[in-house]
Design a protein around this ligand. Structure first.
Ligand SMILES: N[C@@H](CCC(=O)N[C@@H](CS)C(=O)NCC(=O)O)C(=O)O
Length: 196
């Protein structure tokens, strides 16, 4: 059985959703309840998945570890479709996630209110440019994965919820908004969110 270490509303919500979709046995542990969490992950970050004695860290590696072990229609097994899906996952995890991370960093580390607001707005502007990239990549398909939901769609949906915590305007296109609404309406996402 897997153990998912999570933090409520954090990026680990995507891993939680994927575990629900696969219908595999797992338990969840809030990282803030683990006194020696940094022994599990020296970065102090979630998600971490424990599988027996094996610890897997880093969001994309965790998702690939799980998907590679269970039959699924989230990630193509090979070929160009898989390469594109991986590109989209890394766009989400390595480009969009850090862009949102700037909002948290500025909020926690800039004390002057005017400087903070300017910096938050500048960070929001770069996030909005990335949402435009998502909009054009969606094309005519409902998901970045095409006709069906992919890990990238789930990751982006989790990040999209973070804008509400800051006094900035996050702007998404109509197709992006529809993709996010569809992921949020999925039972696997709703169940994960409720459980956290
Ligand atoms: N590159 C890392 C980034 C993970 C990350 O930034 N996680 C945040 C939440 S989204 C975290 O655990 N923050 C620690 C905390 O807030 O206590 C990954 O993909 O696993």
């Amino acid at each position: 059985m897997y153990t998912l270490y999570f933090k409520p509303h954090a990026c680990s919500l995507a891993t939680h959703t994927i575990l629900n979709l696969l219908d595999v046995p797992f338990q969840t542990v809030n990282k803030d309840t683990v006194s020696n969490y940094n022994d599990l992950n020296p970065t102090g970050l979630v998600p971490v998945v424990k599988d027996g004695e094996r610890m897997v860290r880093e969001g994309v590696a965790v998702i690939l570890y799980i998907l590679d072990r269970h039959k699924n229609n989230l990630l193509p097994e090979s070929g160009e479709a898989r390469e594109t899906a991986l590109e989209s996952m890394l766009f989400a995890n390595a480009t969009m996630h850090p862009a949102y991370g700037r909002l948290f960093f500025i909020s926690e580390n800039v004390s002057d209110d005017n400087v903070k607001l300017d910096a938050l707005n500048a960070a929001a502007e770069s996030i909005n440019q990335l949402w435009q990239v998502v909009e054009s990549r969606l094309g005519e398909a409902p998901f970045l994965g095409g006709a069906t939901m992919s890990p990238a769609d789930i990751l982006l949906t989790v990040y999209s919820r973070w804008g509400q915590f800051f006094p900035v305007d996050i702007v998404m296109g109509a197709k992006t908004t529809r993709m996010i609404e569809q992921v949020m309406a999925h039972d696997a996402f709703k169940t994960a969110l409720a459980a956290q």
